[in-house]
Design a protein around this ligand. Structure first.
Ligand code: SAH
Length: 239
């Protein structure tokens, strides 16, 4: 899949993702078109492939970002019952996906927190986002925020109102050994988590994306979506 959507411009890349049905919702397409991947990927930004960004991290391939946003979409968009969606992007790395998510949560109190455990990468995400006027506005208004912490424990970000906590959508950008209970506890009812989890059975280092849903009554269901290869969620390097 890596070569199929590559292009020489941002618009070309997004058009190819659309043509290849990796992006199927016009609102998702519009959001991706607003974010120039060149602000986030250090080399060949319009290739449909991951790129190293330092500190053993990579910016994921565009088709993976597309699949993640498409999957989480019902929990990211503002609705009448959820005017201010709260989204947590764990392992925000380059900050690219954090920016795309911020395009979708809306201006009525929608919030995206990019969480990193490496200070330099937390700063990199904010620095990359500040390269565009819209990105700077997201940072200034607090619609997008970059925080430092261990993603396996989730994150608590106080909101404006009473009971304004938890997350409508959690994206995990590095592979987990399990669906961490603290993340599940922070998921709202209803809410959805998109998380790569190491396979339990295989001898090789397989991983699959799991879609974990919590319904209105708090009932949790898990669906295994497709095989992937992500860098792992780890302890922060010392020093
Ligand atoms: N979504 C990012 C992916 C970056 S790669 C992007 O596309 O740019 C995965 C990221 O997870 C790395 O930046 C790494 O530093 C971060 N990470 C790894 N373990 C973590 C942990 N325990 N807590 C928070 N972030 C973690």
């Amino acid at each position: 899949m890596a070569w199929r959507s590559s292009a020489s411009t941002n618009a070309g890349l997004i058009e190819n993702l659309w043509r290849n049905k990796l992006i199927t919702d016009p609102r998702v397409k519009e959001a991706f078109l607003k974010v120039d991947r060149a602000h986030y990927a250090p080399t060949s930004p319009y290739d449909d492939s991951p790129k190293p960004i330092g500190h053993r991290a990579t910016i994921s391939a565009p088709h993976m970002h597309a699949l993640a946003v498409e999957n989480l979409l019902p929990f990211i968009l503002p609705t009448t019952s959820r005017s201010a969606p709260r989204v947590l992007d764990i392992g925000s790395g380059s900050g690219y996906l954090t920016h795309v998510l911020a395009e979708l949560v809306g201006s009525e109190g929608g919030l995206v927190v990019g969480l990193e455990h490496i200070p330099e990468l937390r700063d990199l995400g904010a620095r990359n986002m500040a390269k565009s006027e819209e990105g700077r506005r997201f940072l200034e208004t607090g619609r997008a925020r970059f925080r430092l912490g261990d993603g396996r424990r989730g994150w608590t970000e106080p909101g404006e109102g009473e009971g304004d906590d938890g997350w409508d959508a959690i994206h995990v950008g590095a592979s987990a050994v399990e669906v961490h209970p603290e993340l599940l506890a922070q998921l709202r009812s209803p809410g959805r988590m998109f998380i790569p989890v190491d396979d339990e059975d295989g001898h090789d280092e397989g991983q699959h994306i799991w879609c974990v849903d919590k319904d209105e009554a708090g009932k949790v269901t898990r669906r295994k979506l497709f095989g992937v290869r992500y860098v792992p969620l780890t302890d922060a390097p010392v020093g």
